[in-house]
Design a protein around this ligand. Structure first.
Ligand code: FAD
Ligand code: NAG
Ligand code: NAG
Length: 640
C-alpha cells in the first residue's frame, strides 16, 4: 500500500469517526426536545415548597369543580422575572398555609413541553401571570380565570389575595371562606347574628380602612370553630364610641351576654393578635395552635431577589436526563467510562504502591503493554501510554509516586491525553457506593480482549491469552478489592485460564468468568438496586444468545460481545472527540493501523470517493455550525 492511499484511509476513518461523533454526541433535535422535556419537569418549585405544583396531568382536575379556590402562577423556568418572583411566591404559600383548605396557591411551568398546551389554552401571554379560579370553576370558552396583579413582596401578595376574596364575597361567591366583610352595624348587638349557638366569644378587630390585620387574623384562625373573628372600620363612629377606643387597630372580645373587654396586644400585628387571642382562650379551654411557619421565607421585594443559580439547577436535571438516556442505550460502552477506569487504576491503584519490583513490575509492564496496543486513545493518549511503558521497562524499581506524577502531568488539558472528564457514565451507580471502578474495570478488560482479538487474530504467533494474562497480573497485584482478587485467581485456576487457545476463547472465557461473579453477587448487599446483577447478555437484549433449552449459544454470544465491545461501538457522550481524532493524523501505533492492513486494497477507490464526498459535506457542515470548544456532559442536552 502506498503512503498516499494509506493517508487516504486515515481520512476515511476521520470522516467515519466524525459521522459517528455526530450520531452519538450531538443529540438529534427530537432527542434534545425529549431531554429538555424530562429535564424541565418540576421547574422553579419543588415538592418541598408549600406551593401546589400543577401539571398537565392534574391541572383541569384541580381547577374545575373544586370546592377550593385557586390562585395560580403561570410561569416559565427560563424567564428572569419568574426566577426572581419564585421566592416571594413560595413565601406566600407558606404565609397562607392555614388557608389551604379554602384557597390553594399553585404553580404551573409553561416552559415544560407537556404543560405548555394548558398555558396556551388559558391564553397566558406573559410570565409570570397570576390567575384566580373561584370555587366550582367551570370549563368554558372564555373561562381563563381572573387576572390578579402581583404585589411587590409577600405581604402585598397576601393583601391582593385578600382583596380578591373580599370582592368574591361582595359578588356572592366564596361561601367557603370565613366572613371577610366588615361589620357595619353601629352597635355590637348583631355580632352574634348567624354565629353558631355554641360560640361564646366574638373577637372584633377595629382597624383603619387601609389595614388588613382583621382579614388576616380571620383567615388564619378560620378553621377553629369555637369562636369567631370579625373586623370593623374605624369610620364606624358609633361603634367606636360605644367601645371607647382611642387608637387603631384595636382588639376586643365580646361575649354572648354582650359584655366586652379590650385585649392588649404587645404589638399591632397578626402574630401578636393571635397570641393575645390564644392567651385569652387558654383558661376557657379553647386551644389555638401555635404557628409552625418556617421563618426562612423570603420577605424582601421580589424584584430584588437574587436569580437562583440556574446552571446548577440545570445540571442536576441534565444528569437525571442523561442517566435515563444512557440506560436506554443499553449494551454499549462509553469512552468516558474506559478513560475513567484507566485513570482510576493508574492514580489510585498503581500510584499508591510504594515500590514496584519483581512480579508486580512484570504485571505492570504487561498491563501497560496491552493498553498501548488496544486502549482506544488518540495520538497523545497513545504517546502517554508508550512513555509510561518505556519508563516502567527501563527501571528495576518503579516508585508508585512517579507514575502518579506522570499521570498528573498527562491530565493537564493542553496535553490532550484524556478526552473525557473523570466521571462515570454507564458505570455511574444510583449512589456513590455502587458500581464505579469495578464496573469500569470489567468493561475495560472486555473491551481489551475483544479488540485484541479483532486486530491481532491474523497475526501469526500472537498470544491469544495476552489480555487475560495481563488482566490476571493486574487483578492479582494491583486490584484494591482483595476478596475480588482472590476469587478471580481461584477462578482462573478452576476455569483453566491457561488452557485458552484462541482469541475467541479468550473473549468467551472472560465473559463466563464475569457471569460467574454476577451469579455469585446477585442479591448481594453490594448490588445496586437500579442495576441488578443478571446473566449477560439478557434475553431482552439478545434472544438468539439463548438456545431453546435456555443454555447459551456460544457462537451468538461471541457475536454479541464482539458487537457490543467493538471499537466502533464506543460512544462519545461527554468526550471531546477531537482529542481522539488526533491519533489518526499522525503516526499511530500497531493497534489501530493493523486494521487497515487487513482491508482489501480493491476497496481503495470506493473509499476514496466516499471519503471525498464526506469530507466536503462535513466541511460545509462545520463551517455552518462552528466548532464547539468542548463537548462535556452539560453541553449535550441543548441549553435553552
Ligand atoms: C476481576 C473482578 C473481580 C471481582 N470480584 C468480585 C467479588 O469477588 N466480590 C464482589 O463483591 N465484587 C467483585 N467484583 C466487583 C463486581 O463484579 C462488580 O464489578 C461490582 O459489584 C459493580 O457491579 P455492576 O453492577 O456495575 O456490574 P459489573 O459486574 O461491574 O458489570 C459492568 C458491566 O459489564 C457488562 N457485563 C456484565 N456481565 C458481563 C459479562 N458476563 N460479559 C460481558 N459484559 C458483562 C454489563 O454491561 C455491566 O453493566 C469484581 C470485579 C472485578 C473487575
Ligand atoms: C343596635 O342597632 C340596631 C339597628 O342597627 C337597633 O335596632 C338596636 O336597637 C340597637 N341596639 C342598641 C342596644 O342600641
Ligand atoms: C368606611 O371605610 C370603608 C372603606 O374605605 C368604606 O367602604 C365605607 O363606606 C366607610 N364607611 C363610612 C361610614 O364612611
Amino acid at each position: 500500500m502506498s503512503i498516499n492511499t494509506h493517508n487516504l484511509f486515515f481520512m476515511v476513518l476521520v470522516s467515519l469517526t466524525l459521522v459517528n461523533f455526530s450520531n452519538n454526541a450531538a443529540l438529534s433535535i427530537f432527542e434534545q426536545k425529549k431531554y429538555k422535556r424530562s429535564a424541565d419537569g418540576g421547574g422553579l418549585y419543588s415538592s418541598k415548597d408549600d406551593v401546589e405544583i400543577l401539571t398537565v396531568e392534574n391541572f383541569k382536575n384541580e381547577i374545575y369543580g373544586n370546592e377550593r379556590a385557586w390562585l395560580v402562577e403561570f410561569y416559565n423556568s427560563w424567564c428572569g422575572f419568574c426566577q426572581r418572583f419564585a421566592p416571594s411566591w413560595k413565601a406566600l404559600a407558606t404565609d397562607v398555609k392555614d388557608w389551604q383548605d379554602v384557597i390553594a396557591i399553585g404553580v404551573i411551568d409553561c416552559s415544560n413541553d407537556d404543560n405548555y398546551p394548558i398555558c396556551r389554552d388559558f391564553e397566558v401571554m406573559a410570565y409570570p401571570t397570576l390567575r384566580y379560579f373561584h370555587e366550582n370553576y367551570k370549563e368554558g370558552p372564555k373561562n381563563f380565570g381572573m387576572k390578579v396583579y402581583a404585589g411587590s413582596d409577600v405581604n402585598e401578595h397576601r393583601q391582593k389575595l385578600i382583596q380578591v376574596i373580599v370582592n368574591e364575597q361582595i359578588e356572592g361567591r366564596g361561601k367557603m371562606y370565613p366572613n371577610l366583610l366588615p361589620y357595619t352595624y353601629d352597635n355590637k348587638s348583631k355580632l352574634f347574628e348567624s354565629v353558631p349557638e355554641k360560640v361564646e366569644y366574638v373577637f372584633l378587630i377595629i382597624q383603619e380602612p387601609s389595614q388588613f390585620l382583621g382579614h388576616e387574623v380571620i383567615m388564619d384562625l378560620h378553621k377553629i370553630k369555637d369562636f369567631v373573628v370579625r373586623y370593623a372600620y374605624n369610620n364606624n363612629t358609633e361603634l367606636v364610641k360605644s367601645l371607647n377606643i382611642n387608637k387603631f387597630p384595636a382588639l376586643y372580645v365580646i361575649g354572648r351576654d354582650n359584655t366586652f373587654q379590650a385585649l392588649n396586644s404587645i404589638t399591632d400585628n397578626r402574630e401578636s393578635y393571635k397570641a393575645t387571642i390564644r392567651t385569652f382562650l387558654i383558661p376557657k379551654h379553647i386551644n389555638v395552635p401555635l404557628d409552625d411557619k418556617n421563618n426562612k421565607m423570603y420577605t424582601g421585594k421580589w424584584a430584588d431577589a437574587p436569580v437562583p443559580d440556574m446552571t446548577a439547577f440545570m445540571q442536576e436535571r441534565e444528569r437525571e436526563a442523561l442517566k435515563e438516556k444512557v440506560k436506554k442505550m443499553g449494551d454499549v460502552i462509553f469512552q468516558m467510562d474506559l478513560e475513567t477506569a484507566l485513570r482510576y487504576s493508574l492514580k489510585h491503584e498503581i500510584a499508591s504502591v510504594k515500590e514496584i519490583t519483581g512480579e508486580k513490575l512484570e504485571a505492570l509492564k504487561a498491563y501497560l503493554n496491552i493498553l498501548v496496543k488496544y486502549f482506544p486513545f488518540g495520538k497523545y493518549g497513545q504517546s502517554f501510554l508508550v512513555e509510561l511503558r518505556d519508563y516502567v521497562s527501563s527501571e528495576a524499581v518503579v516508585k508508585g509516586t512517579e507514575i502518579g506524577k506522570m499521570l498528573q502531568d498527562a491530565e493537564k488539558e493542553d496535553r490532550q491525553v484524556f478526552s473525557s472528564p473523570q466521571q462515570w457514565l454507564a458505570c455511574k451507580g444510583s449512589s456513590p457506593t455502587y458500581r464505579g471502578y469495578p464496573c469500569g474495570l470489567w468493561k475495560m478488560f472486555h473491551y481489551l480482549t475483544i479488540n485484541a482479538a479483532d486486530s491481532s487474530a491474523r497475526l501469526k504467533g500472537s498470544n491469544p491469552k495476552i489480555v487475560l494474562e495481563a488482566m490476571h497480573g493486574y487483578i492479582k497485584n494491583f486490584f484494591g478489592c482483595a476478596d475480588c482478587s482472590q476469587h478471580f485467581q481461584e477462578m482462573a485456576k478452576l476455569r483453566e485460564m491457561d488452557k485458552v487457545a484462541s482469541w475467541d476463547d479468550s473473549i468467551l472465557w472472560l465473559w463466563k468468568a464475569h457471569n460467574e461473579v454476577n451469579k455469585r453477587l446477585a442479591g448481594d448487599a453490594t448490588e445496586d438496586p437500579e442495576y441488578p446483577k443478571v446473566q449477560f447478555p439478557s434475553k431482552e437484549k439478545c434472544r438468539q444468545c439463548y438456545n431453546p433449552d435456555n443454555s447459551w449459544n456460544n457462537q451468538e454470544v461471541l457475536r454479541y460481545l464482539k458487537q457490543v465491545y467493538s471499537s466502533i461501538n464506543v460512544r462519545y457522550i461527554g468526550s471531546d472527540t477531537r482529542i481522539l481524532h488526533l491519533g489518526l493524523d499522525g503516526s499511530f501505533s500497531a493497534g489501530s493501523s493493523t486494521m487497515f492492513k487487513t482491508i482489501d486494497t480493491s476497496m481503495c477507490f470506493i473509499l476514496y470517493v466516499a471519503s471525498f464526498l464526506l469530507i466536503i459535506t462535513l466541511i460545509r457542515m462545520f463551517l455552518k455550525r462552528g466548532y464547539r470548544k468542548k463537548m462535556y456532559v452539560h453541553d449535550l442536552l441543548g441549553k435553552v
